[in-house]
Structure formats: C-alpha cells, structure tokens
Ligand binder design. Structure first.
Ligand code: URA
Length: 233
C-alpha cells in the first residue's frame, strides 16, 4: 500500500519550518502553496513534492543526506560549550527538523574534511558501525620526518592505544614525503589518527579527511555542503 501523505502542518514542522503553531500561521497568511495554488487548510494531507513555501520547493522532503566540508575550528556538537559548531555554518532549518540532522560520526575541532550529515538514523548506524568496513582516508601532516617502520605497525592489527585494551584494526599508511602521509582505515575511535601517530612518537600537526566510504569532497570548499539525492546506500 502506498505511504499516506502527511498533514501539511506536520510536514512543515517536521522539516524545520517552525513550530506547529508557526507553520499554521504561515498557511493562514498564504505563504504556502500546493500545486501552485495557495494552501487553504493546514490539516489536509498533501504530497510533499507539490508544496512550496515562499515560492521555493520544500527542503529535502524525502530525507536529507549531505556531504559537508568541515573547516578547522568548529566542533561536531549540537551545543556551543566548546566553541563554534558545524551547525553554525549550515542552514538553520536543519537542526530544527524532526528527526534532526546530525553528523555521521565526528571530526575533531582541529580536523578538516569530509563529514556526512543526515536525518536518517538508520544510515548513521550503518555508516558508523565497525561492521560496515567503510574506508576513511586521512591526509596527515606530522612534526618531524616519518619513518617506514610505522607501516608494519599500523598494518599489524596489534597496535593497542593508550588506555585501551582492544587492538586497532589493520590500517594502511602511505608515506607521501617526509612530513606527509595518507592513512586508510576502517574505524573511527576517539582521536584515533592522532593517537596512532602519537603512539609511535609523532605529533599530528594537520589532519584532513579526504574520503568517507565512496564519498569525496569533489571540489567543495571549507564550510560548503552538497545535498545527495536518494537512494543513499
Ligand atoms: N582521527 C582523529 O584523530 N581525529 C579525527 O577528527 C578523526 C580521526
């Protein structure tokens, strides 16, 4: 059976256009059209594809998945306790959606690069599960010349980080030049890349994630984002 269309007020509120009361007011003031005609009742069941607010189609009515280029200096948190957040750089409506938009895992405040954002809880679970075997690629800049000896250590599957007891999964490191390496890994533990290098005596000066699974930035500048069309698997 086809899924029933949502009520207009519920639809708009769930997409972050306002509280139920606010969106009903928007309908009353003629700001909302359905199929090109001003919407008359906020409780009608409506095909989201036919709705416009202030002349613009609805923002990702079928769910939202975006690729974001996280800049350095912003945290992946919904609260501002630790300084500016990534949500300060994104459309204000996104965190107001229900379900809300969150990042798929996190990058540190001092790390830049690709971060997926979504309101699809199922995808967050899938993409952050260690079982997903999703490759993440990091471009690493360190404080002093690298040595080949880290290659077998990171690949061994036996590297245990400080205050942990479970070994890191094998990771592949390619030394690009004395101060730069590319690391490919499957996991996403807290500060993992920085801690892996620290365990061998290197300080990570800069960290940038260039790939998440099959997703890449493809020219997005820091702070820019791009919506992905379904299907998202
Ligand atoms: N590893 C880190 O150390 N930091 C990140 O942000 C991501 C992976």
């Amino acid at each position: 059976m086809p899924k029933a269309f949502p009520r207009l007020d519920q639809l708009l509120a769930s997409l972050g256009y306002g509280t139920r009361r606010e969106v009903r007011n928007m309908v009353d003031r003629g700001k909302v059209t359905v199929g090109g005609a001003v919407a008359e009742s906020f409780d009608a069941r409506i095909d989201p594809a036919t709705v416009e607010v202030a002349g613009a189609p609805l923002d990702a009515p079928d769910g939202l998945v975006a690729v974001f280029h996280k800049p350095v200096g912003h945290v992946c948190s919904h609260t501002a306790d630790e300084g500016p957040t990534i949500y300060d750089l994104l459309p204000k409506r996104w965190p107001l959606r229900n379900p809300t938009v969150t990042s798929v895992g996190r990058l540190d405040k001092d790390t830049s690069g690709i971060l997926l954002l979504t309101d699809q809880g199922r995808l967050v679970q899938k993409w952050t599960s260690p079982k997903s075997q999703l490759e993440k690629v990091y471009e690493v800049t360190v404080d002093r010349p690298l040595e080949d000896r880290i290659i077998p250590v990171f690949a061994s599957g036996t590297l245990v980080l400080e205050s942990e007891n479970k070994a890191c999964l094998p990771a592949t490191v390619e030394i690009l030049d004395p101060l730069h390496a590319r690391l490919v890994m499957m996991e996403g533990r807290y500060h993992q890349v920085r801690r892996m290098f620290a365990s061998q005596g290197w300080h990570v000066e800069q960290l940038h994630r260039s790939r998440f699974g099959s997703y890449e930035l493809d020219g997005l500048a820091p702070g820019e984002w791009r919506l992905l069309s379904p299907p998202w698997e």
